[in-house]
Structures are given as C-alpha cells and as structure tokens.
Ligand binder design. Structure first.
Ligand code: GRF
Length: 260
C-alpha cells in the first residue's frame, strides 16, 4: 500500500521585533520537533531582526508599518460614516484596546476604524498564503474582534496562538516579566494561549515556570524566561499540529483547552 504522507502544519507568524521565538519555531520545524513549516512572517515594524531571521530561512516576509499607517490615517474622519450593525458589534468587543488617552466616543470609534483599516492591509498580505495556524511571536498589537473573526471562522476552533511572558491570568498586558518581578513573585514564567477578544484572556494551552531567586535581576529573570519560551512555544504548536488541543467549556462557563 502506498505510504500516505501526513499533512504538515502550515504556520503563519506575526512579529514586531527580535523574533527569538520565531527562530525557535523555525528551528523546531527544521529539526522535526514541529511537524510543520513557517509559510510567512509578517511584521508591523519594518526592518526588525525577526524579518532578517525569516529571510535567512527563505521564508516569505512582509511588513506593514503600523506607526506610519496610523499617523497617515489621522486625517481619515469616519465620524460621518454610518455604523453598520456588525461594525458596532466589533467596536464594542474591541473597545478595551483603544489607548486610555482617547476619551471621547467619537475619537474611540475613529481610532478603531483606523486600526481596522491597518488590519485589513495585514490580512491582504496574509491572504496570499495558505496557513492552518497564526502564531503571534512578540507581535505587540492587540487584535480587534474584526481581525480575529476573519481568522477564526469556526468559534469552536481557535486558530490564533500567542505567547505571553507571565503566568496568566496574572499580569496580562505588555510588561509581563517586569510586572511579575516588581510584584515580588518568587516564580514567574510564560503562557501560550489561544487568542480571544480580551487582552491575554484566551484559553491556556501551556505554561512554563521560572524561579525568581535571591540575587536575580529583572534582566537575568527575563533572559531565563525567554529561554523557556523557546521550549514552550514549539511544544504547544506541535500539540496543535497533532490535533491534540480541544476547546471545551468548563463548569464555570469558561472556555478551556483540553489536551489529548
Ligand atoms: C517575548 O517575551 C514574548 O513573550 C512577548 O514578547 C517577547 C518577544 O520576544 N510577547 P522575541 O521577539 O520572540 O525575541
């Protein structure tokens, strides 16, 4: 009987910077630890090290300069735009990602429209590639409900993963290691989770701990933490590739990941 080749997972990656997690994922694909391949790497910051890492492995890349886009889009005034029902639904689900400095409702809506326009460009780039899983590896933008719904077409099967540098649900937000360290925790670590509409609130796939020992500094805690991330993320992606992750609803109504 002819040997049937197993389908390898096609992984799309979004980054904003150094891409050391991306490197760990590429290496894991190349060594067979992940039964898959990285099919594109996109960035919201041009010329970051992560893009160079991808190019070195002949992986297609693209960049959409977020800061430049948002600056240029400031003149775009959606105030007169009539909100459709689905627009206002996505706005409500995404309000928490609007910067706190923006206080009026009109300005919040305008900002979200600009953000959505930025995400549309990202999606246009991504559409060129066939991918099974989208991996956020140090991608420093919260995604709107609009973007998430474009990828997660089946709500029971989330397809976006993120790594967060803290043991969620403690210390969500942008400074996981700092917040853990400055709180005086004796153990920190990182969490891989599926992305939902909230900030770092999605179902947890895996966690890895890092002790904070007397004499540790924030810098060496971060360094130890990052090294563990490089182990954790490929493991979680491989679980996805094997079809071992199932999202179920717990007794308390929360969605959680069942492994196996
Ligand atoms: C990691 O600490 C990750 O947990 C966080 O951003 C950092 C990205 O590092 N989301 P790198 O770009 O993978 O080196």
């Amino acid at each position: 009987m002819a040997h049937q080749e197993k389908k390898r997972l096609k992984i799309g990656v979004l980054i904003s910077g150094s891409g050391s997690n991306l490197q760990a994922i590429i290496d894991a694909c190349e060594s067979g630890l992940i039964d898959g391949e990285v099919v594109f790497v996109g960035s919201d910051v041009p010329d970051v090290k992560g893009l160079a890492r991808a190019k070195k492995h002949h992986i297609p890349t693209f960049a959409v300069n977020y800061k430049e886009f948002m600056r240029a889009a400031r003149s775009f005034d959606p105030a007169e735009k009539v909100l459709t029902e689905s627009d206002s639904d996505f706005m409500k689900k995404s309000l928490h990602i609007v910067p706190r400095s923006i206080t009026s409702d009109e300005d919040k809506i305008a900002w979200l429209y600009r953000r959505m326009a930025f995400e549309m460009i990202l999606l246009e780039h991504m559409e060129q590639f066939d991918f099974d899983l989208l991996v956020l590896a140090g991608f420093m933008r919260n995604l709107t409900a609009f973007f998430i719904d474009q990828i997660n077409t089946d709500p029971a099967k989330p397809l976006i993963m993120n790594i967060h540098p803290a043991l969620l649900p403690s210390f969500p937000g942008t400074n996981g290691y700092e917040d853990t360290f400055n709180y005086g925790c004796k153990v920190g670590g990182s969490t891989v989770h599926f992305v939902d509409y909230g900030e770092d609130t999605g179902p947890i796939i895996g966690q890895i701990t890092v002790p904070i020992l007397p004499g540790d500094t924030l810098d060496n805690f971060k360094e130890k933490g990052l090294k563990q991330e490089w182990i954790l993320y490929p493991q979680c992606i491989q679980l996805f590739a094997e079809g071992s992750l199932k999202v179920v609803t717990a007794d308390n109504g929360r969605k959680k990941v069942q492994i196996g």
